[in-house]
Each structure stands twice: as structure tokens, then as C-alpha cells.
Design a binder for this molecule. Structure first.
Ligand SMILES: *Cc1c(COP(=O)(O)O)cnc(C)c1O
Length: 348
């Protein structure tokens, strides 16, 4: 529950706390030893996630990073290369795990707000020579975090899938916020799922669970991924308490993501009227990135003013601020954020 004193925390959608209903679901969870495959809640979550995306199997993981890293390890061989956008989470925020765990290199694509095209994939496939890495995997991030929550069109994924098929490449989606994209773009889970060899989902972002990610794919892929997860130290025992929170999120927190998107747009509309704002990346989902006009103020000054008004946001690049809306930020709080931003204008 938000109280008057508490911060309106827009630093990330990872800061959410489980609500009463989610905690009740966790308390009531039936659990067993998941390393033995005997946790009924984990088994149910995995089966549900696979079915939702039209795949055969799924694997519960401790984090989105772990799910992505397991996917890369399972799809590739050392000396392979993966194609992904230059701002991808897998490249930027996973401590070069692709090199450490899988011995692969990355071919970075100059996408638009984190979104790459089929033509760019084609251009970046390595020719078949002994002295070149072997391209074997394409990773798409949807929504794209550093792109400001931008989304793939279904038609673009179809084109990329056809390039992958033609060149024998696997296609993985870092879908940490895939449900945000699905709600915003209104394609179905089955439509997008049918185009991908594997998908990672995060439940600890806008879906509001405390912990948990799921990796989805065909039976053979998940069987191998399960071995990799054990080798990475990710085999958990009675983790069904966490799976129960994720299932609660599936049941209750997907459709409401549309509210978060409306809230991000509401803040963007307010910012568009303020003279100290240089530019705003139009928010497609729940992530809003905007640039400060250097001649008028600074990122530090704006963040301090917000903090003094019980609002938290983050610096994102030299002149940019990022705000992320989520289920612990009410419409009432968004109104407050908008009025505080406007009052900063009046001080100047
Ligand atoms: C958050 C996130 C992940 C996974 O992060 P964890 O903190 O390891 O769960 C992966 N990809 C994207 C795009 C993300 O935003």
C-alpha cells in the first residue's frame, strides 16, 4: 500500500512488492523438490507458460539473466556468434555472460530504439570461412529496455524468422517485458510464440512477482536447458512458493499493464509542455525516457527536486532521465508526479 510518506518509485518496474492476494497464493502453494521434477506449482507454471505461447515445454529460472544465459548456452557452440542490437540487455547488462558461459562473440546491430530489422540480420550473418565466427543465433528484445520500452511489430518478427529459417539460425526472444509488448501491440501469445525457438519471460518486472523467470521452447531444447540450469547452480528445491506468485501474476496482472502504459503517456504529455525538457522518446509501453535541456537545468537538479518531493527516477545517459510505471504506482501518484514536474517549471 502506498502511504503519504512513501516514495513514488519510478526507478524500475522491479521495485514492486507482492500484494495480499499474491502472498496468499504463495502461502497456499503446493511444493516439492523441483530438481526431482516433483514441485507441482513449478510444473504447473511451466506447463501454463509453454501452452500460452504454443510451445512444448518451459523451465523456471531464478532471473531473466539466467534464462537468457541458459538459452544462449543451449542454442550455441563455443566460437559461434550471436546477432543482437547494440543496446541489448544480453550485451549491456549481463556482465558479458555470453562470453563467460558460452564462449561466443556478439555482432552488434545498429537498431532503432533497440529494434532491429530482417535486412540488418542478413547484413550481419558471417560468411562461412574457417577464420570467422559462425553465426548461429539471433536475439530480439521485446520490449527493448534501453529503447524506452519500444516494441516489435509482428510483421517484423515474421520477416526476421524467415531470414533465420533460410540461414539455419535460431531465434531467441528476451521477453523480460514481452507481455507489455503484447498488450500494447495486440498480437497474441500464440502468434508471437510460433515465430520463436525460445522465449525468456520475467515475472519480477511489471507482472509484480518477487522472483522468477521462465524459459520456453521445444521439449529437446528445454531438456538440455534443464541440464545447463543445474550446471549454472539454478536447480532449486521447493521453489513452488515462487511459482505460485508467478501464476498469480499470470491470472491478475497482465491486462492491467495497459494502465501502466497510459500512465507513462500521461507523464509524457505533461513533459511535452515544459520548457526544460529537450526531447521525449514517445513511450510505447511503461518506460519513459526524456532528455533535459542542458542550458536550463541538469539531470542532477531535476532528480533532486523529484526526490525532495518523494519521487524517485533514474539518470539514463548523460542528459536523460528514465521513469518506469508499474502496478505499485497508482493513478493518484501519477497525477502527483505530473504536478511536481509542472511545479519545477514554475520555479524557473
Ligand atoms: C530485467 C531484464 C532482464 C533480466 O533481468 P534480471 O534482473 O536478471 O531478471 C533481461 N532482459 C531485459 C530486457 C530486462 O529488462
Amino acid at each position: 500500500m502506498e502511504t503519504v510518506k512513501s516514495f513514488i518509485d519510478l526507478r524500475s518496474d522491479t521495485v514492486t512488492h507482492p500484494n495480499e492476494g499474491m502472498k496468499q497464493a504463495m502461502f497456499a502453494a503446493k511444493v516439492g523438490d523441483d530438481v526431482f521434477g516433483e514441485d507441482p506449482s513449478i510444473n504447473e507454471l511451466e506447463a501454463r507458460c509453454a501452452a500460452i505461447f504454443g510451445h512444448e515445454a518451459a523451465l523456471f529460472c531464478a532471473s531473466g539473466t539466467m534464462a537468457n544465459q541458459i538459452a544462449i548456452k543451449t542454442h550455441t557452440q563455443p566460437m559461434d556468434e550471436i546477432i543482437l542490437d547494440k543496446t541489448a540487455h544480453i550485451y549491456y547488462y549481463e556482465t558479458a555472460g555470453y562470453a563467460f558461459h558460452s564462449g561466443v562473440s556478439v555482432k552488434l546491430v545498429d537498431g532503432n530504439r533497440g529494434i532491429i530489422t530482417a535486412a540488418q540480420v542478413v547484413e550481419n550473418i558471417q560468411p562461412d570461412f574457417d577464420w570467422l565466427p559462425k553465426t548461429s543465433l539471433v536475439c530480439l528484445e521485446n520490449t527493448a529496455n534501453k529503447g524506452g520500452g519500444s516494441c516489435y511489430e509482428l510483421s517484423s518478427i515474421i520477416e526476421i524468422k524467415s531470414v533465420c529459417d533460410k540461414h539455419g539460425l535460431k531465434l531467441h526472444m528476451d521477453g523480460a517485458r514481452l507481455f507489455n509488448a503484447i498488450v500494447a501491440k495486440q498480437y497474441t501469445t500464440l502468434e508471437v510464440g510460433s515465430l520463436l525457438d525460445s522465449i525468456s519471460l520475467c515475472f519480477s518486472k511489471g507482472l509484480g512477482a518477487p522472483v522468477g523467470s521462465v524459459l520456453i521452447g521445444n521439449r529437446a531444447f528445454i531438456r538440455k536447458a534443464r541440464r545447463v540450469r543445474k550446471a549454472f547452480g539454478g536447480g532449486m528445491r521447493q521453489a513452488g512458493f515462487l511459482a505460485a506468485a508467478c501464476m498469480y501474476a499470470l491470472d491478475n496482472n497482465i491486462q492491467r499493464l495497459a494502465q501502466d502504459h497510459t500512465h507513462a503517456q500521461q507523464i509524457a504529455d505533461t513533459l511535452s509542455k515544459l520548457t526544460w525538457v529537450e526531447a521525449i522518446l514517445p513511450p510505447e509501453t511503461n518506460i519513459l525516457i526524456f532528455e533535459i535541456k542542458e542550458s536550463e537545468t541538469s539531470v542532477d537538479e531535476v532528480l533532486l527536486f523529484l526526490k525532495n518531493n518523494n519521487i524517485l527516477a533514474t539518470q539514463f545517459g548523460k542528459h536523460q532521465i528514465r521513469m518506469v510505471t508499474h502496478l505499485d504506482v497508482s493513478g493518484y501518484s501519477i497525477d502527483k508526479v505530473c504536478s511536481v514536474l509542472t511545479s519545477f517549471q514554475q520555479l524557473m
